[in-house]
Ligand binder design. Structure first.
Ligand code: UDP
Ligand code: MG
Length: 328
């Protein structure tokens, strides 16, 4: 489909930045984003939404200072740390703009690339994701990330573009749709793929984190990977039953063999306990693993059944004006 192109006119574009302990980054980030967006200031109204995801460092004060100095800044303060995906969700829930750009606040996503996202949006695309041509992460992160995307693309029920993070532009229509998805253990890039619309990518080179340390230690990374896999695929459940069938078939062949030997050649006894013990341990391991997989899905169902709000907000400040907290 050829995108129709967007009519020229004054439209609004909002940036959403999840912030978790980024005191060393937010000022430079804001300065850089302002410089970059100034180029288009005659055509678009820009706003900047910073979601403070329960930072324990100086981030809150620094964000407040940004809001005091720039009326286009909104600071949403979550009541505790809810995690990156939820922080982005809170920003998307509150924002009101024709297009929203989601970007990390550690300057790993270069602000100038957002201009390319906007250019594609003007051509008529409703989702423009930034795709990493290269990334300056540790070898461990690169290897695990590429293994994760490989598995995800094999088994997920939606086509999630590889090497994309949450750095992307979403049209208002997409944001409106996304707001209807209230599932808890979120994998936003999966949801965005699921929603559809005209999507395209822009290649970019991912920079190193400017200051501070990653808010995504191994544990959080694994949880995000699990949310991606469990949230968009029931293949693990299918694999469980297939493995079960396979093992049952093997055991059946084993029984036939044992009985056959007993009847046809009783002098060659099938030797004993070592095999039995190993098979027992192996099968217990397989069973426990399978129960773990089942448990993961049941756990997600339980969390959904509780129906708790996704996050709690302690304050929303726009410029110097205080607003009442919104409901998640
Ligand atoms: N982040 C967040 N909540 C968290 C962890 C991270 O809002 O619990 C933010 C963080 O401030 C950054 C973005 O999510 O803007 C990506 O996190 P980070 O850079 O630490 O992850 P990495 O780039 O190392 O994968
Ligand atoms: Mg980062």
């Amino acid at each position: 489909m050829t995108p129709a192109g967007r009519p020229a006119g004054r439209q609004s574009i909002a940036y959403v930045f999840p912030v978790y302990n980024e005191a060393g980054n937010v000022e430079l980030l804001h300065r850089t984003v302002c410089q970059v967006t100034d180029v288009l200031a005659d055509r678009y109204d820009f706003t900047f939404v910073y979601v403070d995801d329960g930072s324990t460092d100086d981030s809150a004060t620094r964000l407040q200072a940004l809001a005091d100095a720039d009326h286009r800044v909104t600071v949403i303060e979550l009541a505790r740390n809810f995690g990156h995906q939820t922080a982005v969700t809170a920003g998307l829930d509150l924002v009101d703009a024709d297009a929203v750009i989601v970007m990390d606040s550690d300057l790993q996503d270069p602000p100038r690339v957002s201009l390319e996202l906007i250019a594609k949006w003007r051509q008529g695309y409703e989702v423009v994701y930034a795709q990493r041509r290269s990334r300056r992460d540790t070898t461990f992160k690169r290897v695990t990330a590429s293994a994760f995307y490989w598995v995800l693309r094999k088994i997920a029920s939606v086509d999630i573009p590889r090497d994309t993070g949450d750095f992307r532009l979403l049209d208002r229509k997409v944001v409106d749709e996304l707001r209807k998805f209230r599932e808890r253990d979120r994998f936003l890039r999966g949801l965005v793929s699921y929603i559809g619309f005209r999507q395209t990518g822009v290649l970019f080179d991912r920079d190193e984190r400017h200051a501070g340390t990653t808010g995504y230690p191994l544990g959080k990374m694994l949880r995000l990977a699990a949310n991606g896999l469990l949230g968009f695929s029931v293949t693990p459940l299918r694999l469980i039953s297939r493995l079960g069938y396979g093992i049952s078939l093997l055991s059946f062949l084993g029984i036939l063999y044992t009985v056959g030997v007993k009847v046809l050649a009783p002098e060659t006894a099938v030797p004993g306990w070592a095999f039995t013990a190993i098979a027992m341990f192996f099968l217990s391991g397989v069973q426990i693993t399978m129960q773990g997989v089942l448990g993961s899905y049941i756990g997600r169902t339980y969390a959904e059944a509780q129906g708790r709000p996704l996050y709690t907000v302690s304050s929303v400040r726009t410029g110097l004006h205080q607003r009442t907290p919104v409901q998640a």
